[in-house]
Design a protein around this ligand. Sequence first.
Ligand code: SF4
Ligand code: FES
Length: 364
Amino acid sequence: MSEQTPNFKVTIDNISIEVPAGTTILNAARMIGGDVTPPAMCYYSKLKNSGGKCRTCLVEVSKGSEKDPRPMPKLVASCRTTVMDGMEVKNITSEKVVDARKGVVEFLLLNHPLDCPVCDQAGECDLQNLSYEHGSEATRYEFKRRTFEKEDIGPYISLHMNRCIMCFRCVFTADQLTERREHGILDRGDHAQISTLLGKSLDNEFIGNVIDVCPVGALTDKTFRFKNRVWFTKPMDAHCNCTKCSGKVRLWMRGEEVFRVTARKDQWGEVEEWICNDCRFHKKSVSDWVIEGPSNISRSSVISQGHYAGNIGTAETPVLIDKVIGKKPKLTLDIHSISDVNRPEIELSKIEGPAHSDDFKKNK
Ligand code: SF4
Ligand code: FES
């Protein structure tokens, strides 16, 4: 007869839950949900051995267990610490944790460039969200930020090493999802960097998933680069019959154009099912997909600001402006006819690689 795993009772921020022995504090907190859950910049439940690198998930253990109620002497990484029976944990109810998290954010931002206005990850960047919630307004750092030479790692993925926070997620993804690992971490300490080994490009069929796991804008999709802001796009769940992956994806659309294809993510920002490069980089037409409907986006996300259920704004639907404002407008202008900036005949999503100013030259 197989032995059943015993259940341990753990209390996090005064909320108790019973979880199987071996569960980490972070996962127990995720089972409770809401604000009780510590942020995680390096842990990824779908990747073996992830966690323990960024320290954003620190918590205070105020009671070790029923048998040994002594508190733990230091804050612990909740993604790497398993619960004990009777354990009591403080996350947002601990001043020490709130203060330490502020310090961790400051450390993560020491070398991170503040280039959100030009970064493709803006609006869906975990570090941006973390610093809004836990960071300070100014930096105390007086030295020059660490910078790296630009490196080309292949036709579809852009590596911007200056933005990397060394969470190791991409390395684990490449290691665990693809047969040949061609990139990794070179050097140590302040010089450590993600790089391709022997200058190889990352052309494995599932390597595009490193873009989705990267919590910052260090790894981005070259086919989407500079073409749109995520909060202007409309995420839609869609699927196709793919022989390599499940084919279940999220399309980032504007009107009838598919600007980007990513894997679907769960409430913790983790990929639900890995997708292949074909689905991600090559199927950019609506006809490639069966559209299921608008994706569920967290209300706190900036992406949800322009995210409506239904098809408002697509080519087939009428513009409902008089219904929205309650009367007929006196005057409406078509922005494309009065502005030189907008060129509706240029389909951004069809441009190979990143969009460039040359793509908008009048005689093109
Ligand atoms: S490139 Fe992104 S995923 Fe890879 S280690 Fe750096 S921050 Fe993490
Ligand atoms: S999420 Fe726990 S250390 Fe990074």
